[in-house]
Ligand binder design. Structure first.
Ligand code: NDP
Length: 285
């Protein structure tokens, strides 16, 4: 058996086109366009690449993006002031603070400074709380993209056993809650899980968000499972996931590749969240 490959790149392109059309319509009706501010502190090359990808995607769909690039040694109070000004700026509907921040900055304090209504990454405590409660405002982009992939591929979630490997705030925990709210029975695994294989082999839907190249091998997967590989790891200059694709593809019924699976969905969800932020601000005004 060879698994169906879930084409995240194609699905994400479809969503971007939907967002583009909705922005065009909204602009015709209201004269307004969504604005996204991307705050990139310092010069980390990987972060700079992510921000470039996101701002380019914004331009393609008609979101006005503004790059803000304070130096890596900016004082926390100055960074908070920048965010405060963006919170008040009527042309900005979404604010993203690219992580990780330099060590001298307190990540939680900085994230909490973002107005909940502009928190298109869904990282503020208020948005996390709403997600846990099942009434999300903005869902973090990668977990939102995973659910969107499953839905658009027609994967049934209700009553299924979902196993999430990884418990980070930005992927593992939120995706586990999203699956729970859709009535999956959810197991969350982490580095202290005593028998990872026993857990993953029970999964109808297996989400790997670990950051360990090819950790999940075919023998750890239940035959016919749907496998979502969130991992992005660079090995010998090549991008590989947290799933050993070659062995997993023989066992799973469907699988996301790396690259071209979850990654493009993350960007598409950021665009959609930014559009929703503008729509919400129009409703509130
Ligand atoms: P984190 O490093 O924040 O979390 C990794 C999680 O994996 C932790 O909960 C950790 O457990 C767990 N873990 C580590 N080793 C093992 C192990 N041997 N067995 C079981 N669990 C383990 O990573 P992120 O969630 O931020 O990212 C995960 C991966 O997804 C990375 O490769 C990252 O690059 C990628 N990513 C991809 C995105 C995309 O758009 N496609 C977006 C975001 C991330 P513990 O909590 O006990 O330490």
């Amino acid at each position: 058996m060879s698994a169906r490959i879930i084409d995240g790149k194609k699905i994400a392109a479809g969503i971007r086109e939907e967002v583009r059309e909705q922005i065009l319509r909204l602009h015709e009706e209201t004269g307004r366009v969504p604005g996204l501010a991307a705050v990139l502190v310092g010069e980390d090359p990987a972060s700079a690449t992510y921000v470039r990808t996101k701002t380019r995607a914004c331009q393609e769909v008609g979101i006005a993006s503004r790059g803000i690039t304070p130096p890596g040694d900016i004082a926390q109070s100055e960074l908070l002031q920048i965010i405060h000004e963006l919170n008040l700026d009527p042309a900005i509907h979404g604010i993203l603070v690219q992580l990780p921040l330099p060590k001298h900055l307190h990540e939680r304090v900085v994230l909490e400074a973002v107005d909940t209504r502009k928190d298109v990454d869904g990282f503020t405590f208020a948005n996390v709380g709403r997600l846990v409660e099942g009434q999300p405002l903005f869902v973090p982009c990668t977990p939102a993209g995973i659910l969107e992939l499953l839905d658009r591929e027609g994967v049934a979630i209700k009553g299924k056993h979902a196993v999430v490997v990884g418990r980070s705030e930005i992927v593992g925990k939120p995706v586990a809650f999203l699956l729970l709210h859709r009535h999956a029975t959810v197991t969350i695994c982490h580095s202290r899980t005593s028998d990872l294989t026993a857990e993953t082999r029970r999964a109808d839907i297996l989400v790997a968000a670990v950051g360990r190249p090819r950790l999940i091998t075919g023998d750890m997967i239940k035959p016919g499972a749907v496998v979502v590989d969130v991992g992005i790891n660079r090995v010998d200059g090549k991008l590989v996931g947290d799933v050993d694709f070659e062995s997993a593809v023989q066992v799973a019924s469907a699988i996301t590749p790396v690259p071209g699976g979850v990654g493009p969905m993350t960007v598409a969800m950021l665009l959609r969240n930014t559009l929703r932020a503008l729509e919400q601000s129009i409703r509130d005004s």
